[in-house]
Ligand binder design. Structure first.
Ligand code: ADP
Ligand code: ZN
Length: 739
């Protein structure tokens, strides 16, 4: 037998299959993780078996080396995963080994993680005539006699502290025998009872429609917040299990809380495994192993869980499908959606996308029939959607209110607190103020390393850069003109918290933003404290907008609804609508109806109006018309090549040369008929021209979506491959932001 093996070295020169002989008696199958001698010096390297064959396929007299051993008793890659990686190599022009590495826990490579084993001991025949003057040895034997079954050493030690040496002595005397078994390290989640409510009519219809999908088909479940999408997911997974199939559900990392997992665990118990970045290495390895060994056919995880080794995959769900976090930002820069589509195509499973605010692209595909569009129009239990009112901050100002809260929001907050309910205040900016400036000369305090204004953080009495983390004390005199007129402008979450104390002294608040959740568990702690009612008001950035279910929240205040609207990005309208809808959806999820106040300086902006009436379809029609007019996505695709270097002049030179070369490559790839597909190729310093001391230059490409698009993409990937060694180039397809 011969094996085609890829060596676990990420280098283009060796990224191909090498042939090895499988020695007699070694059980090697495709997907096995093996050790092999490699190169001139026969250095021992790890590798993955891609396939087996009877013939070596090599010419006469060619030396073939032997596979040395298998690192795990089972293949770590499924045949389907190998095929997926081969497809990725083609589609993203990445190294095959880089794609394969996504499919296994990182610590598996290099033997950095091992199974955890638990020792158990049990009594032997000799225990019948056992007698000892040692009190603790006698206690150990008595305990085991009482238990009348093997016990874990750690349990014995819990009963009899300090029993370790006694157990050792008893083993030596062969009064005890020992054994061990593998245990799985499991992440924690909240324990709760399963509700399994009877489905509403809408949910039933949705479930039927999903069940009726043909293999490899995609459905978009568009359901307003609180319409019971999660219950539909649960039922689809149940159906999958009943057919003996597995399922993967992707959730944005930030929404993957112990509560979310608890809801799935309540229904499916140990049959679920969880994969996300906050797991310890041991937990990740063991969860992966439970999936690979078929103990957990249901996987809930963040983006990379789309690669989980689920066999007989019947369903992939992508919840909150509009989220930007499903796009990977490191090589291979895959989009979870594309991987999911590929996987269901290979397995004959189904793909279900869900959102209350679908991305324009998905809804577009839903309307044109490439996805099956399924709607949940009503909240469960006939609960009304929250009443949304718009507070015009311009007229507040003209009426003499120059504070950060409108009179409307203040009176509603007052009511809410008096009724014993909870409120959430949302503002997409952390810190105390957005920038610091001199009233005399207009100088704006900016970071020494970045072209960015610094933010004032009052708790530390310092200004900080949100891009590189630089921090300096707030100057009392202007560094430019020396006058004492330094003032801070704009509002951040810290200031909202302070103002609440001014208007409602003694109110308990919690604040959730990147500053307060720096610690790993803080995110979770803040949410559960608020859930337990330990604070009346939760103030936060977009972190509080997602998926949380707090029944006692009846009021949501959006402190500045325009912040994201005025971003110089074609997606600003879409993002604003999504964010406003998501935060509004936090109000009135239980028996008490919800209210939302959106504060704005542009009360007539169509996006705010659509968000107010929670009219996604209206918003879609408005926005898709804008996109069509300007040929923005989904009618086109943006690609950004970002170059950075410490030397600005060289960078600009190189950027210009790159732009020329890329333009020629693209034109050649598009051919004579396709020259018009290249809508834009703009080379210039990036909007933020310097971050952390690195100058930045970008080439922005906009391509019309035609059948020639994949040719153009290949040209871009080839360009990247050709310049890989330069080391300062980053390519983003559909960049999440373009600063
Ligand atoms: P979504 O994911 O669409 O925001 P959820 O699935 O979280 O909505 O459902 C909102 C609330 O309604 C949850 O508390 C859930 O337990 C409850 N719920 C869902 N479906 C039903 C049902 N058929 N009957 C009663 N309660 C339900
Ligand atoms: Zn900085």
């Amino acid at each position: 037998m011969f094996a085609k093996v890829i060596v676990d070295i990420a280098h283009a020169a060796v990224d191909r299959a090498f042939t090895y002989r499988v020695p007699e008696g070694l059980d090697v199958r495709p997907g096995h993780h093996v050790l092999l001698p490699f190169g001139q010096g026969d250095h021992v390297k790890e590798g993955f078996v891609l396939s087996l064959s009877e013939e070596s396929g090599l010419g006469e007299g060619m030396a073939v080396k032997d596979v040395l051993s298998c690192l795990e008793p089972y293949p770590v890659l499924l045949p389907e995963q190998i095929r997926l990686a081969e497809w990725m190599q083609e589609a993203y022009h990445c190294l095959l080994v880089d794609a394969l590495r996504l499919m296994i826990p990182a610590q598996l490579r290099g033997g950095r993680i091992h199974e955890k084993r638990e020792r158990i001991v049990y009594l032997t025949d000799r225990s019948a005539e056992f007698q000892s003057r040692s009190r603790i040895q006698t206690d150990v034997v008595d305990l085991l006699k009482k238990a009348n079954q093997p016990m874990a050493v750690k349990d014995i030690q819990a009963f009899l502290p300090g029993a370790g040496p006694a157990i050792g002595a008893l083993l030596k005397k062969r009064v005890l025998s020992e054994s061990s078994f593998s245990v799985f390290r499991r992440p924690e989640y909240s324990q709760r009872a399963d509700e399994r409510p009877a489905l509403t009519e809408e949910q039933k219809k949705a479930l039927e429609a999903i069940e009726a999908l043909s293999p490899a088909q995609t459905a978009l479940l568009y359901g307003v917040t609180g319409s019971g999408k999660t219950e539909v997911y649960l039922r689809c997974i149940e159906a999958c299990l009943a057919r003996g199939q597995g399922a993967i559900m992707l959730v944005p990392e930030i929404a993957l809380t112990p509560q979310t997992v608890g809801r799935f665990a309540a229904r499916f118990g140990d049959r679920i495994a969880v994969l996300h970045s906050r797991l310890s290495a041991g937990e990740r390895f063991d969860e992966w192993r439970r999936i690979r060994l078929g103990k957990a056919p249901i996987v809930i995880g963040a983006r990379s869980a789309v690669f989980a080794p689920v066999e007989n995959l019947g369903l992939i769900i992508i919840d909150e499908e509009h989220e930007g976090s499903y796009q990977s930002e490191i090589t291979p820069r895959y989009q979870a959606l594309d991987i999911a589509r590929r996987r269901v195509k290979m397995s004959g499973g189904k793909l279900l996308l869900g959102s209350a605010t679908p991305s324009l692209l998905s809804y577009y595909r839903g309307l044109n029939g490439s996805y099956q569009l399924i709607e949940l129009k009503h909240r469960v239990g006939g609960r009304p959607l929250p009443q949304v009112s718009i507070a015009d901050m311009r007229s507040e100002f003209l009426n003499g209110n120059n504070g950060i809260f409108s009179s409307q929001l203040l009176s509603k907050l007052d009511r809410c607190l008096k009724d014993g309910h909870q409120a959430m205040l949302f503002l997409n900016r952390r810190g105390y103020s957005t920038f610091v400036s001199c009233r005399a000369c207009g100088y704006v305090l900016s970071c020494d390393n970045c072209d960015i204004a610094m933010t004032y953080h009052k708790a530390q009495n310092a200004v900080r850069c949100h891009y590189c983390g630089a921090k300096k004390p707030l100057p009392s005199l202007c560094p430019n003109c020396g006058k004492p007129f330094i003032k801070y402008f704009g509002v951040g979450t810290e200031q909202v918290e302070e103002q609440i104390q001014k208007f409602f002294p003694g109110t308990s608040t919690l604040r959730m933003d990147a500053d307060t959740v720096a610690h790993r568990d803080a995110y979770e702690q803040i949410l559960s404290a608020f859930g337990r009612g330990e604070a009346q008001i939760l103030i936060g950035t977009q972190m509080i907008a997602k998926g949380h279910d707090f029944p006692n929240v009846t009021l949501v205040g959006v402190v500045a609804a325009d912040t994201t609207l005025n971003f110089p990005d074609y997606r600003s309208a879409e993002r604003t609508f999504q964010l406003l809808t998501q935060v509004s959806g936090r109000a009135g999820r239980d028996k008490d109806p919800g209210e939302v106040v959106m504060q704005t300086y542009a009360p007539d902006h169509p996006v705010l109006r659509f968000a107010q009436s929670q009219d996604y379809a209206g918003f879609y029609q408005y926005e898709i018309a804008q996109r069509k007019k300007c040929l923005y996505p989904p009618f086109s695709l943006f690609i950004r090549l970002l170059l950075s270097d410490t030397k600005e002049e060289q960078l600009i030179e190189r950027g210009k040369a790159y732009a020329k070369e890329l333009e020629a490559d693209l034109k050649a790839a598009l051919g004579d008929d396709g020259q018009g597909d290249l809508l834009l190729l703009l080379a210039a310093p990036a909007p933020i021209a310097r971050i952390a001391g690195q100058s930045r230059y970008q080439i922005l490409v906009k391509l019309l979506r035609t059948k020639r698009l994949s040719k153009a993409l290949h040209a871009v990937y080839d360009f990247e491959t050709n310049h890989r060694e330069d080391g300062f180039l980053k390519i983003e397809i559909n960049p999440q932001d373009m600063f």
